[in-house]
Every structure is written in C-alpha cells, then in structure tokens.
Design a protein around this ligand. Structure first.
Ligand code: AAL
Length: 426
C-alpha cells in the first residue's frame, strides 16, 4: 500500500519534472535572449552572460578600467640626489620600503650595496668572500633617505649595519620595510647568514627598533619570523617582509620561493602578531598570494590590495582581499613597478576605509650589465590606485613602446634553429 505522504511526494515530484521540462522547452530558439545591447545600463548585468562578460560585471569593480579604482597606469620619473659612482656597479640601491611621512618629510629605507668590486653572480656564489659579493644584495646594509617632495632624495646614511658574525644578518641585511607602532619604529629585513646564491636565496627575517625614524636602531639579534618546518613552502626563505596594521594587529606579508626542482613557484604568505617583536603566527592557509616577486600592499576600503609584480599566474595584476586573506584579481595592469615601495598614508592607522596610493619608489635591477657594472637604481612611480584622486590619464589602457623595446626581446639562437626546423618539416 502506498501511504498518503508517499503519493503526495510522487505527485509533487512529477509536477516538478513537468515544470522543469517546460522551462527547458522555453529556451527553444524562438525565446533566445535579445542581442547584447549597444548601450549598457543597470539591467544588463542581470541578463544571460558569457563567462567573460560575467567577470566584467561581477568580478571587476567596473565594466571599464576607468570605473575601477584598483586599475591604474604607472608613470615613471628618475629621482634626483642619489649618486651611483658613475654607474660603475660598485654602488647599488634596491628594494625600497614603503614610504612614510614624518617630521615634515618623506622617509624611505632600502638595500644599499657599496663594495669594492661588482658581484660575481648567484651561479658563482662560491667565489664570493668578505669583499666580493655574490649577488646584488649580498654584503649589503639598510640605508635610508629623506625627501621634501618625493622627487629629490637626500641620502642620510646607514640605518641597519651588518651585525658581527654569527648574529642574524652578519653576511648581509637587505630588503627592509617599516612599521610604526605605538610611537616606535620597527624595521623588518632579510638577515642573511650565508652569501645568497650559495644554496639558494636563503634567509629568515630580522628586526630592529628605534624611537625615531632617524634611529639609532636597536637590533633584536634573532630571527623574528622563522623559516617554516622542513618540507614546507617557506622552509628556506622568508623574503620581502611587509608590515601593515589591521584589526589592532600587525599583519606582515612576505614572500617565499618553493617547488624546486621544477617550475619555481613564488607566492606570498601572512603572519600576524599582537606585538612587533612577536610571536608571529603564520596563517594556516598560507600562501595567500599566488604570484608576485616582491610584496607590496596597501589598505583599501575595508580590505587590502596587493600589487603583483613579475612572477606567477597573476603577475601584473592588482589583487584585493576584503578580509585581508582571500585575494581575488581586481585588475590587470601593465608596466607595473618592480619592487614597489608605495607611500601608504594609512598603513598603520588601523583604518577600515583604506584610501589607496598615488606614488612610491621602485627599482630597476638592470641599470648596468652583468659582468660589467651590474647594479640597481631607485626610481619614482606615480599611479591612481586611490579613492580620492580621479586622474583619467592614469585610467587609460594600452601603453605604446618604441618598436626597439619589442625588438630587444629577440629570439635566441636555439629558438631561431627551432623555428627554421619547423619550416623545414612542413
Ligand atoms: C628582491 C627581493 C628579495 C630577494 C632579492 C633581494 O627583489 O625579492 O630581496 O631576496 O630580490
């Protein structure tokens, strides 16, 4: 015997099937949607859309880059005031920190290498010694400069020298970034205990603190963010420490490289702490950024935005995470600054409405030639990744480069041979 409930269920099931069949039939050719409209309005986003158009309406802030606060072009200016000894390769400045405004001027910290000879290169790192650097950031110190206008910089000298062996950073200190917390200043940086390139670019993160951005800096003399346990993605290197303040805590993003041998994957992680000297707790779902050779972020609205440079699937994009952990692609950019150190006005204000950025310093690592005068230089970039500024020039797409820029990306000999063989095989 079929119970009353079972027969009711059967009837409603049949009804549902009939209904969904009629829905299926209703998508027959005579009811195809209207063609996509010439003029897009408020209702367009709700019509049936292809996958790419779905993204235009639902993933990005606007259908046009001009309507996307997290899209920008980047403009570049040579900075004044920094001498490179005629660019002979013995002075290098690279990896600028974020910029802060204190005592009526801008401050930046960066890797400063001043060595009697040029670096031998990572592949020949075994030839490095106390005076011969392996890489451009070996045997380096953290220096700083100040500026009244962000274009002309006055070098102030060393902030963090190399401590004596065996303290963390004795071989080299590099790639610093700044935190201001309860009226004290903290510089986080890579502390090398061996010449970079010997086994890889291996180092933990160290920290020094001061009462003034002009120092004097007191080193903590220990790794403040340790490499991960054996077998984990950040077991060998913690690079590019980048602190911000969010939710009353220090949010420190960093980068590591892993998956060797194979295609090396460069990704970003997050470590948080209640105190600048730690303990730092790594987020359990690290890495949180899937791309980007250098780490550069800024509070934006309730979340945080990340400039993704060079490496990885999402290189040359701006990523955004409203919860500071789960990042999505917010825009695709070009000529993105390398190793950007932006001026982030609200980096440490615990803001829930981050204003964004309009400029900063970056570096060019190919200011000289390998084997001749290799070194890096600092440069200024400008952009409109800011809520307050609306600069239509920065929202254009498509940068025209000289044809020579393309032709410099020529085929190598092996590629030419391959191309010729392809033709012969036809
Ligand atoms: C940079 C940074 C880190 C690396 C090296 C020096 O651009 O990612 O600092 O260790 O390259």
């Amino acid at each position: 015997m079929v119970s009353k409930t079972t027969s009711l269920l059967l009837i409603s099931g049949m009804l549902l099937i009939a209904l969904s069949c009629s829905e299926f039939n209703s998508s027959a050719p005579d009811t195809l949607p209207e063609p996509f409209p010439y003029t897009v309005d408020e209702t367009t986003k709700d019509r049936p859309l292809s996958a790419a158009l779905q993204r235009s309406f639902h993933q990005y802030e606007g259908i046009h880059p001009a309507e996307n606060e997290l899209y920008s072009q980047f403009k570049y200016t040579k900075v004044k005031g920094l001498d490179y000894r005629n660019h002979d390769g013995t002075i290098s400045r690279r990896d600028p920190s974020k910029i802060i405004f204190e005592n009526g001027k801008y401050y930046v910290w960066y890797t400063h290498r001043e060595t009697p000879v040029i670096p031998v290169g990572a592949k020949r790192a075994q030839e490095s010694n106390d005076t011969i650097p392996s890489t451009d950031w070996d045997l380096a110190e953290i220096w700083y400069a100040t500026s009244e206008d962000g274009f002309t910089w006055e070098e102030q000298g060393v902030a963090i020298p190399r401590p004596p062996e065996p303290q963390v950073g004795w071989r080299s200190v590099s790639t610093a970034d700044i935190l201001k917390w309860k009226n004290k200043y903290y510089l986080y940086y890579q502390g090398f205990l061996e010449a970079s390139g010997k086994r890889g670019d291996y180092c933990p993160v160290a920290v020094s603190y001061a009462d003034s951005p002009d120092g004097p800096w007191t080193p903590v003399n220990k790794a403040i963010i340790d490499n991960g346990p054996e077998g984990s993605w950040d077991q060998f290197a913690i690079h590019d420490p980048y602190p911000l303040v969010h939710d009353g805590k220090i949010y420190l993003y960093y980068k590591s490289a892993f998956n060797r041998p194979g295609n090396v994957w460069v990704a970003g992680g997050l470590a948080t702490a209640d105190d600048p000297l730690g303990p730092f707790e790594k987020y359990e779902l690290n890495p949180v950024l899937n791309s980007g050779h250098e780490v550069s972020l800024f509070p934006f609205r309730e979340g945080v935005a990340a400039i993704m440079v060079k490496d990885g699937t999402e290189h040359y994009t701006i990523n955004y995470a409203s919860d500071w952990k789960n990042f999505e692609v917010a825009s695709v950019c070009e000529l993105v600054p390398i190793a950007p150190g932006p001026f982030v006005q609200d980096a440490f204000t615990n803001t829930k409405d981050g204003q964004g950025i309009t400029w900063g310093l970056c570096h060019f690592t190919n200011a000289g030639k390998n084997g001749v005068n290799p070194h890096s230089i600092l440069a200024r970039f400008d952009c409109d990744l800011s809520q307050a500024i609306h600069d239509p020039v920065m929202k254009r797409t498509g940068v025209y480069h000289d044809p020579e820029v393309y032709f410099r990306q020529g085929l190598n000999k092996k590629q030419v041979a391959r191309v010729q063989a392809e033709t012969r095989a036809l």
